[in-house]
Design a protein around this ligand. Structure first.
Ligand code: PBG
Length: 324
């Protein structure tokens, strides 16, 4: 035989054929935009390593959230930067905390935008760890109650969904029980189920001022070398009552997204994290890559791997491009 019977190139001959053969199409519906809420009025502090992203006071948050909603982006996820931090992260569950006020105001102005809140303590504790500190270690079970209080305070403020990112064992069950007992059984939990101890979070920790003041997060976030453990984490969270399973980061963990998509019947989300965003922006600025094309290729790859939702700082840029 001089040539193969099947010639895949036949189907790639022109753009119309390529459109017909395309297996994965990125949609604006897939995108979730992360936003940082800070105290004050008229505040719009640029985040150095994340061009186009800002620490926003509530008035400016509403403006950005509206832009996102007008582009067709269905959801935002909020992170809070409190003015006061303490050992117990009390601002994480304060009735008038920065996230609680941001949620209330955004939901008032944009009732149809889905507002998700990140539930964690690291932005609110003076030591920068994601839970209650006993000596040098994070006390898992003492942290659960604080996380559940934070999730409940977000729901009371009007959040549509809560997303625990702390990686304590048993937190999904604890948050589910607390929400249910308080008449919030309709509020879904998006669980950061397979969250790795990743160096790709660097720019976020600058933006959220949440770097640990001692040690690191290796005793609670997952070892990047582990894949089977991610299945156990995801399965546990399903059993505890999670509604969406998240993998984080995304690009270096496409295999994990793919495996979890196969093992679990819940919707799967992936977090295209700050370092993934910054690398593309930096290389684009150097003139080394076509930033827009690499962005679209990255997001399409994450969807192709099996994520039906992508949390990404590219959400607005990608939506504008998809809509164009
Ligand atoms: C809070 C949290 C982090 C991120 C999301 N939620 C930081 C961390 O765990 O250190 C990272 C997001 C990003 O890098 O874009 N625990």
């Amino acid at each position: 035989m001089l040539f193969p019977d099947y010639r895949p190139r036949r189907m790639r001959r022109n753009e119309t054929l390529r459109r017909m053969m395309r297996e994965t199409t990125l949609s604006v519906d897939d995108l979730i935009l992360p936003l940082f809420a800070i105290e004050g009025k008229g505040v719009k502090n640029p985040i150095d390593a994340m061009p186009g992203n800002f620490q926003l006071s509530v008035d400016n948050l509403v403006k950005t959230a509206k832009q996102a909603f007008d582009l067709g982006i269905p959801a935002i996820i909020l992170f809070g930067i409190p003015s006061k931090k303490d050992a117990l992260g009390t601002q994480a569950y304060a009735k008038d905390g920065i996230v609680q006020r941001a949620v209330k105001t955004i939901k008032d102005k944009l009732p149809d935008l889905v507002v998700i809140t990140d539930v964690c303590l690291c932005e609110y504790t003076d030591h920068g760890h994601c839970g209650f500190i006993d000596g040098q270690t994070v006390d898992n079970d003492a942290t659960l109650d604080l996380l559940a209080k934070a999730a409940l305070s977000h729901a009371k403020a009007g959040a549509d969904m809560v997303a625990p990112s702390d990686m304590m064992d048993g937190r999904v069950a604890e948050i589910r029980a607390t929400l249910d007992e308080n008449d919030f059984s309709q509020i879904p939990i998006m669980s950061y189920a397979a969250k790795y101890c990743s160096s790709f979070y660097g720019p976020f920790r600058e933006a959220a001022q949440s770097a640990p003041q001692f040690g690191d997060r290796r005793s609670y976030q997952m070892d990047p070398a582990n894949a089977r453990e991610a299945i156990r984490e995801a399965t546990m969270d399903v059993e505890e009552g999670a509604d969406i399973i998240m993998v984080k980061p995304a690009l270096p963990y496409l295999d994990i997204i793919c495996r979890i998509r196969d093992e679990v019947d819940l919707p799967v989300a992936a977090y295209n994290v700050s370092g993934e965003f910054s690398m593309i922006k930096a290389a684009e600025k150097m003139g080394w890559i076509d930033g827009q094309k690499v962005m679209m290729e990255t997001l399409t790859s994450i969807k192709r791997a099996g994520a039906e939702m992508i949390l990404t700082y590219f959400a607005m840029e990608a939506a504008a491009l998809i809509n164009a």
